[in-house]
Write a protein that binds this ligand. Structure first.
Ligand code: C2E
Ligand code: MG
Ligand code: MG
Length: 767
């Protein structure tokens, strides 16, 4: 109420907006009031001039004019505010003007009848009442000033009636004054309330239009509206654009027809569209609903929100909402989800998805008392291809492998890529007998067929290890570990095979672990020694060199064959210190032989990849004083499998010292003749299998040995046949043209002392 009367200023009450409204009204009201007062004053003057003469009336009219002028001035100040005059000053000015105006009327009301002897007293009273009533309605920015004005006029009227002794009329005047005061307050209240409501409406409108503008400016979003029959209404340009049509073309068309594409005719909507249709039909709210739409034949995704509209009578008038095209976001989020679960190279499920599938399969097998299986598939010789032909070719090969693997998958079988050349297959229900073994065999066969990649015919094999759950493992981790152990076992057997997990594998893994622990201590415990096998000239049969072959006599495990511990040493990089020791020891021993006898030292790829290999050779030669020409390094084709250039550099450095390099076990590895052009080998050692093969009449082996010999001749390399065990084999090899022979027939690997004694025996013989 205080606010209404302008007595108090509540900060929560938006006085500013109200005031602005008031000012607009005040400019008009002030003029009207001034005019009305002036007219009434002129009328009163014209009535009393004949009765009391100009002497009293003229000063009164002057005073009145002055007061009206002052009031008008104050009002104008309010309408066009002057910074120097505060609001409260203006208010008190208004009040003062009201008091002055009212008092001058009271002066006339009481004074004029006294001077005129009571004439026209009623006229004046009526004029006063009219003034009171009109003040009630005429607007003022200071309701208090109006109350003061009415109050003083009321007191004047009552006093005037009291003076003339009209007691009943006095009571009526009092009642009239009070009701005028009450009416003023009520009208004022109504005014404020109306203005506030109006202001709120305006404000709401502004907010809404602001929001709408924002919508329209945000390119992705649009507004949509349908009538109760779900036909498009008030189509915005942007919505039309989203629909790929002209506004006029779609106005009044059913929304669903516009977004269902060719499905409209069949009624076979995608689930999300069906859902939208249901919501519209049931007049239900929906928000950020993902809908699959078809716009001009293109599949797109929209995010729609909508709410049913109702008029004042509560009748349903349709739907209105917002929407946006989220196809791109969806594509990228789909892509992200895809990337998280699929291998990008092969498009197969990745490790994450495989482990999930395996977990699911395990749960299923426990619940239904069935068996699930995990097969780990590893490619044989993949690294060789990847390293020699490049990653691009390797990747293409992997893609073909994946396609073949995928083609073998039956119901409830999932294959995926674990990484590198490792794949896995999860069989959800492997209860029927033989299913795992059959699939493993088919995988090995299919993956071993030749591949055509970039004009190369490539051969890779596959090795499979399998575990069956829940028997072989109750958890994903256990299953993975055990299938891996089985795979390891299969690899150990030479690859191209399938091994099932069996608990004994844990034992062999454990044995391997123990072997490794012992191997670490072997050099320190002085358990290593070297044997030497003679290599003889094919024609003169005199010893031209000895191959140093390492032996391990373990305190824990007894005699361990190099075929067993060398791969382990290579896996664990223990081959580096062992190889270093061998190199030293062999050079040292060679000093005891005649100057023309060389020593052959086997070197693993791991050693060549060590940055210090060259220094090692230099130090071994320097420490023993062996001429570099007497040292021949034996490497296998596997050095070309990994970082071929590093290995080649290391060997070239050794050759620069004067050492020679032999290519060992030729024909068993990857047998790309290209290797022979990459490095200037001094000797090619033909593997034992071909020698044995040739001896047994294998045409293929014979052809290979012939080819190698011919090629070696043309490349100015010598050939050594390995594994010659009989005189017949020796004869054959000689005929085939090999330069040197190594094998049990001419001598088994022997101790250093035995090797030395060969020369003393020869000397004795000669003597
Ligand atoms: P390799 O370099 O091919 O060595 C020749 C292997 O053939 C030796 O086996 C040898 O005993 C065997 N052998 C020689 N003549 C005959 C024969 O007439 N009949 C049969 N059946 N076998 C014959 P070993 O000593 O068991 O060595 C196996 C492999 O271990 C070697 O094959 C070599 O690759 C590796 N190795 C041996 N010592 C070392 C070494 O000090 N360092 C490295 N990195 N590897 C070594
Ligand atoms: Mg060798
Ligand atoms: Mg060999």
């Amino acid at each position: 109420m205080s606010d209404v009367l302008g007595l108090l200023r509540n900060p929560a009450f938006d006085a500013l907006r109200l005031r602005q409204d008031e000012y607009a009204e005040l400019a008009q009201a002030s003029r009207n009031r001034a005019l009305a007062n002036a007219l009434v004053a002129v009328f009163v003057a014209s009535v009393f001039v004949p009765l009391i003469g100009l002497l009293y009336v003229v000063p009164w009219v002057g005073l009145m004019a002055l007061i009206l002028y002052k009031s008008r001035q104050t009002d104008m100040l309010i309408v066009q505010p002057d910074e120097h005059i505060g609001h409260s000053t203006l208010e008190s000015l208004q009040n003062r003007n009201a008091i002055a105006g009212a008092l001058s009327w009271v002066a006339a009301l009481i004074g004029f009848p006294l001077l005129s002897g009571g004439a026209q007293e009623i006229t004046l009273l009526l004029v006063t009442l009219v003034l009171m009533v009109s003040s009630t309605f005429v607007f003022s920015t200071s309701p208090l000033s109006i109350l003061i004005y009415i109050g003083i006029l009321g007191i004047g009227a009552v006093s005037s009636l009291a003076l003339s002794g009209q007691v009943e009329a006095m009571g009526a005047a009092i009642l009239f004054t009070i009701s005028s005061l009450v009416a003023t307050v009520q009208i004022r209240t109504t005014f404020v309330k109306a203005r506030l409501a109006e202001a709120a409406v305006i404000e709401k409108d502004e907010v809404v239009s602001l929001l709408l503008r924002e919508f329209e400016e945000n390119e992705a979003d649009w507004l949509w509206e349908v009538d109760p029959a779900r036909r498009l209404r008030a189509v915005s340009p942007r919505f039309a654009f989203a629909l790929g049509r002209a506004q006029s073309e779609i106005e009044g068309k059913p929304l669903l027809e516009m977004i269902a594409g060719s499905n409209w005719a069949s009624g076979q909507f995608p689930a999300s569209l069906h859902d939208l249709a249901e919501r519209l039909k049931n007049r239900e709210n929906f928000s950020t609903m993902l809908v699959q739409v078809s716009i001009l034949g293109e599949e797109r995704w929209w995010e729609l929100s909508g709410a049913p509209m109702r008029d004042e009578q509560g009748r349903f008038t349709g739907f209105r909402g917002v929407g946006s095209d989220v196809t791109e976001q969806r594509k990228s989020s789909e892509k992200i989800a895809y990337l998280a679960r699929y291998d990008t190279l092969t498009q197969l499920p990745n490790r994450l998805q495989l482990t999930e599938a395996l977990g699911e399969a395990l749960r299923y097998s426990v619940q239904w008392r069935t068996r699930c299986a995990l097969l780990m598939v590893d490619l044989d010789r993949f690294k060789a291809i990847n390293d020699s032909l490049g990653h691009m070719t390797g990747d293409k090969l992997l893609a073909q492998v994946s396609a073949r693997l995928q083609s073998l998958m039956g119901e409830n079988q999932m294959c995926g890529r674990l990484g590198g050349d490792e794949f896995a297959i999860v069989i959800r229900d492997a209860s029927s007998a033989g299913i795992v073994g059959d699939l493993a065999q088919r995988v090995i066969q299919r993956l071993s067929d030749p591949y055509q990649v970039d004009h190369h015919t490539l051969y890779v094999g596959a090795t499979v290890g399998s575990a069956e759950g829940p028997r072989d493992g109750g958890t994903v981790e256990e299953m993975m570990r055990n299938a891996d152990l089985a795979l390891y076992q299969a690899k150990d057997l030479g690859g191209g095979e399938h091994c099932r997990f069996e608990p004994a594998l844990h034992a062999s893994a454990e044995e391997r672990r123990q072997l490794e622990a012992s191997l670490r201590q072997a050099l320190g415990r002085d358990e290593m020694l070297l044997h030497y096998q003679p290599v003889v000239d094919a024609h003169t049969e005199s010893v031209v060199s000895f191959e140093a072959l390492v032996r391990w006599n373990s305190a824990d495990h007894g005699f361990v064959s190099p075929g067993k511990f060398i791969p382990l040493a290579e896996d664990t990089r223990l081959i580096v210190p062992i190889g270093q020791w061998v190199m030293r020891k062999a050079c040292e021993e060679a000093r005891n032989w005649p100057e023309h006898v060389k020593v052959n030292v086997n070197v693993s790829p791991e050693q060549l990849l060590e940055p210090g290999f060259h220094d090692e050779v230099v130090q071994a030669l320097a420490a023993t004083g062996l001429r570099p020409e007497r040292l021949e390094i034996e490497v296998t084709e596997s050095i070309f499998l990994r970082d071929a250039s590093v290995a080649r550099n290391a060997l070239e450095q050794a050759m620069a010292l004067g050492c020679s390099v032999a290519l060992d076990d030729f024909g068993t590895g990857y047998s790309s003749l290209g290797y022979l052009r990459k490095l200037k080998f001094s000797t090619i050692k033909v593997d034992r299998t071909f020698v044995q093969g040739a001896a047994q009449g294998s045409a293929e082996s014979l052809a290979i040995i012939n080819a190698v010999v011919a090629m070696a001749k043309s490349l100015k390399m010598s050939t050594t046949a390995e594994g010659v065990e009989t005189i017949e084999e020796a004869e054959l090899i000689r005929e085939l043209g090999c330069d040197k022979i190594q094998g049990f027939y001419f001598g088994r690997p022997m101790t250093a002392i035995d090797a030395r004694s060969l020369f003393s025996a020869a000397q004795e013989r000669r003597a």
